[in-house]
Write a new protein. Structure first.
Length: 649
């Protein structure tokens, strides 16, 4: 590191203005403004304050004489620790020798004196390195003194060795660059060999129009590669793979956004669980479920989750938020506690369609929670939940006894995930809950240097946790939002009618359409928002009482089936029978599939035995006939052959 003194001739900058110290008068320095020539006074106390606060910027150039001023003599940016061990020891040895020479032989700076000093001092100071010549040591000494004894003047300059000039002319380089931009830096991603051929073709066409002495040389593949290396790698990658891919590959991370306390920022995301499941009652194999997780950014704790076969939607997000906000009721197999609950101040989500719906925005506004969308294709903006959801998926799927799909088809190999599935959704939900409480929250986290549950207990203030006033109303405010007109017979939605005396009492207050909320997992009732009034629950019409507890997905299947059968959808008996038929059909299908698979196994085993016995008997018959034909006349042999052919036919 270079040292300095507040002395005459020192160049520095303060407040963006360059100054040069001229004279010291009664403890006050007079400095000249290099732009205007005006003088300004600085006392030592003021200079020291500016130096300590960083407002005083020193000129970092060595004060070389005109004789040695060139680009190669500039100080190398960097520090001694950036060098390798051998180079660092050599530079330190050079400095020790030069300091010794200045102290003992500095009055005489001749080649003879330097050679004498090297013979006497070098072996004792730097015995591991080869002794330099006297001329080289004198050059070191000159640069060392002109830099103010800055050790950076002794750094090796191996990068400046050799010829660093371009070996191709500007005109040839222009043709190479043009070919690279036209054919290499495109989304078609041609190879460099292809680009070279096109470039040679262009140059050959140009050379035909030139005299012999002005013809351009033909570039080689290494020449084309050297021209390409001079371009920006990020620009090249963006041209070949797209801006989003380049932004992801060459992105820089300077830390995620800061959360001051728990529940200030929460993140939510979905993933497909790596495992096939079976229905608990019928043992029918179903597809991989979807896992939705809500994570607190400050404590890295998991606030809540939801797992089910429904694809990501407002309903799955609302279910996960409900589990995250309300206090938890754990299974008996869970040993620890799960104290994380409450309404977060900010919910960070990506740009999925389920997050851009009006229902989720209305839900967040209803409970007093802000929502923030990550920039497009920048998953690292919510890196906490991305990491946590991957950890849960990987660790819990590894515990599955059978049915694991792994993370990719390559990793799965020949394993029959679907055929070996044996775990139900209910058991998986309990296993995930137990893993979160007893394993994840109790494991040391490198990002916070403690356990997540300890981080939560340290920073959370339970008096500040916000909760919904009425937990039973959470389903009402988390349902899908729609607008419908209120008729004298009630509200129509999803091919069902909802009405109640209380709704009719407020009918005149609706000036147009009413705002309603309904849950896709339970069509038995809806919630109607009364203008300037309460939120009321309206049940389904008694003719469709079978809709209580029925999901929209099952109801659509029933409606489709009844339309094809030309049945009246208002006939609740027919609808109930259709629903029962679906249940019977699923149960019978499961039984028949199981029975058919068992019959197929028995049939395959029996067929294999029959075929083997027939083949064995056929071979024995052929052997017997061959023995008999050996003792009979020729015409008998022919007759036997004919008879055998007729038998085979």
């Amino acid at each position: 590191m270079r040292g300095f003194k507040f002395a005459r001739g020192l160049e520095f900058k303060t407040e963006g203005i360059p100054y040069v110290m001229k004279r010291l008068v009664e403890g006050v320095w007079q400095a000249e403004n290099q732009k205007t020539g005006a003088y300004r006074q600085f006392d030592l106390v003021e200079l020291n304050k500016k130096y300590m606060s960083g407002d005083l910027e020193l000129t970092d150039k060595p004060n070389y004489s005109f004789k040695f001023r060139n680009t190669d003599d500039d100080l190398i940016e960097g520090y001694l620790n950036n060098l390798g061990e051998v180079e660092r020891d050599y530079v330190v040895g050079k400095r020790c020798f030069l300091i010794t020479y200045q102290k003992n032989y500095g009055a005489t700076k001749t080649t003879r004196m330097m050679k004498y000093a090297l013979d006497r001092e070098w072996e004792s100071i730097c015995s591991t390195s080869k002794k330099p010549s006297a001329a080289a040591a004198l050059k070191w000494l000159s640069k060392f003194e002109m830099s103010g004894n800055d050790i950076r003047s002794l750094f090796p300059r191996f990068n400046q060795c050799g010829n660093r000039k371009k070996r191709i002319g500007d005109e040839l380089e222009k043709y190479c660059l043009q070919s690279i931009y036209d054919y290499y830096m495109t989304l078609e991603r041609h190879t460099l060999a292809y680009v070279l051929k096109r470039c040679i073709s262009k140059i050959d066409h140009e050379n035909r129009l030139r005299p012999k002495e002005l013809k351009l040389p033909i570039p080689s593949l290494s020449t084309m590669r050297s021209v390409l290396n001079g371009l920006s790698k990020e620009e090249t990658y963006a041209s070949r793979y797209g801006k989003d891919a380049a932004r992801h590959k060459y992105r820089t991370s300077i830390g995620s956004s800061y959360a001051e306390r728990p529940l200030s920022v929460a993140e939510v995301d979905h993933t497909r669980f790596d495992g096939f499941l079976v229905l608990k009652d019928t043992q029918i194999v179903v597809e991989r479920p979807w896992l939705t997780v809500v994570v607190d950014r400050k404590s890295k704790c998991i606030l809540g989750f939801h797992i089910g076969h429904e694809p990501p939607s407002h309903a799955t997000v609302a279910a996960a938020l409900k589990h995250a906000i309300l206090p938890k009721v754990l299974h008996e197999s869970v040993h620890g506690n799960w104290p994380m609950h409450g309404i977060p101040d900010l919910l960070v989500v990506d740009n999925g369609l389920e997050f851009h719906g009006h229902a989720l925005k209305a839900l967040c506004a209803e409970i007093g929670m802000n929502i923030s969308f990550c920039p497009r294709k920048k998953g690292w903006a919510k890196g906490t939940v991305e990491r946590v959801i991957g950890t849960i998926n990987r660790n819990v799927s590894e515990m599955l006894p059978t049915g694991r799909t792994f993370h990719s088809a390559t990793a799965r190999g020949d394993y029959d995930s679907e055929g070996k599935a044996s775990v139900s959704l209910e058991a998986l939900r309990e296993a995930i809950e137990k893993y979160i409480v007893d394993v994840y929250h109790q494991t040391f986290h490198r990002g916070i240097n403690c356990k997540p549950i300890d981080q939560w207990e340290t920073y959370i203030n339970y008096e500040d946790i916000r909760l919904p006033v009425n937990p039973a109303e959470f389903d009402a405010i988390s349902g899908n939002v729609d607008t419908r007109k209120v008729f004298h017979y009630g509200v129509e939605i999803n091919n069902a009618t909802y009405n109640s005396p209380e709704l009719m009492r407020y009918r005149d207050s609706f000036k147009g359409k009413a705002t309603i909320r309904w849950n896709i997992n339970d069509l038995g009732h809806i919630h109607v928002m009364i203008p300037d009034g309460p939120r009321i629950e309206v049940p389904v019409h008694p003719t469709k009482s079978f809709l209580k507890g029925m999901s929209l997905y099952v109801w659509k299947i029933i409606l489709s089936d009844m339309r094809l059968s030309r049945l009246d959808i208002n006939n609740h008996v027919a609808v109930a029978n259709r629903a029962e038929e679906i249940n019977i059909l699923l149960n019978e299908d499961a039984k028949s599939n199981k029975k058919a698979s068992q019959q197929k196994i028995r049939f395959d085993a029996g067929a294999k035995t029959i075929i083997e016995s027939k083949v064995e008997s056929h071979e024995k018959a052929r052997e017997q006939q061959s023995l008999e034909s050996a003792t009979q006349p020729v015409f008998v042999q022919k007759m036997n052959v004919f008879e055998r052919n007729q038998t085979d036919i």
